[in-house]
Design a protein around this ligand. Structure first.
Ligand SMILES: CCCCCCCCCCCCCC(=O)SCCNC(=O)CCNC(=O)[C@H](O)C(C)(C)COP(=O)(O)OP(=O)(O)OC[C@H]1O[C@@H](n2cnc3c(N)ncnc32)[C@H](O)[C@@H]1OP(=O)(O)O
Length: 202
């Protein structure tokens, strides 16, 4: 990832600044190799699932260290203003990319806080090139940052975000998700295999 500070001059909300004793992130030895596509973590995920007709269908690829690249093309279904991407959809793309980083840590985590800067309008049909990296880890707290560019992987910045993810156990989903989807997920061997990659006793 570029050494350019994707946040720009502002570090964001204090909760997004790692404490002084935070650790550098460590890529898990079994993490996907650099360049490898991660695939979806759940077919019905709005961000990466194939079973969501109007989803983002975002494809994330492992980078070096604890970093990710991803691409997503804005569809007509993603408009806010005429011909322009909805800001919430762009934030979703950043959230999905940032969440994918947790695959490289082999940690199940949910978004606690996410701050987005919208720098340039993003027209429909634009391909957004996203880059994200984990910057620090403090206990269950994972600090990360992302940037989305248009016109190419080195093009101008259109969106950027800083985030705090919180590590959770798989019970977080089992206890809180609607039962019909949880039961279906637990009956799906592929889903269980994906979860087992993260947690020995799902
Ligand atoms: C088979 C079943 C299927 C399974 C599928 C698996 C798929 C997996 C992939 C799916 C991926 C899908 C991903 C998605 O879709 S994520 C979807 C969006 N996110 C959520 O739904 C999360 C909702 N929030 C919560 O559930 C709880 O609040 C969590 C779990 C986050 C924390 O509640 P918990 O009771 O656990 O912990 P805690 O409150 O003691 O906090 C701990 C520490 O964190 C700090 N903190 C917390 N929040 C914030 C905040 N907002 N800003 C700043 N700091 C915050 C807090 O101060 C504390 O710090 P410290 O005092 O320790 O210093």
């Amino acid at each position: 990832m570029s050494t350019e500070n994707p946040r720009g001059p502002s570090p964001g909300h204090p909760a997004l600044i790692p404490p002084a004793d935070a650790l550098r992130p460590v890529r898990h030895p079994d993490a996907p190799a650099p360049g490898e596509l991660l695939g979806t973590h759940y077919d019905h995920c709005f961000g990466c699932g194939g079973a969501q007709p109007h989803g983002l269908h975002l494809q994330a690829r492992a980078g070096d260290g604890v970093s990710i690249t991803a691409e997503f093309t804005v569809q007509a279904a993603h408009q806010g203003a005429p011909g322009l991407a909805h800001g919430g959809v762009l934030t979703s793309a950043l959230d999905e990319t940032l969440g994918s980083l947790n695959w490289l840590l082999r940690t199940i985590a949910v978004t606690g806080r996410l701050e987005t800067d919208f720098v340039r309008p993003v027209p429909v049909d634009t391909q957004l090139f996203l880059q994200a990296e984990v910057t620090a880890v403090a206990g269950r707290k994972i600090y990360s940052t992302a940037v989305g560019r248009i016109g190419g992987p080195a093009g101008p910045v259109a969106v950027r975000a800083n985030a705090l993810f919180i590590e959770v156990k798989v019970d977080h989903f089992i206890d809180n998700g609607r039962q019909v989807e949880i039961q279906a997920a637990m009956a799906d061997p592929d889903q269980i295999r994906r979860v087992r990659a993260f947690e020995v006793n799902p």
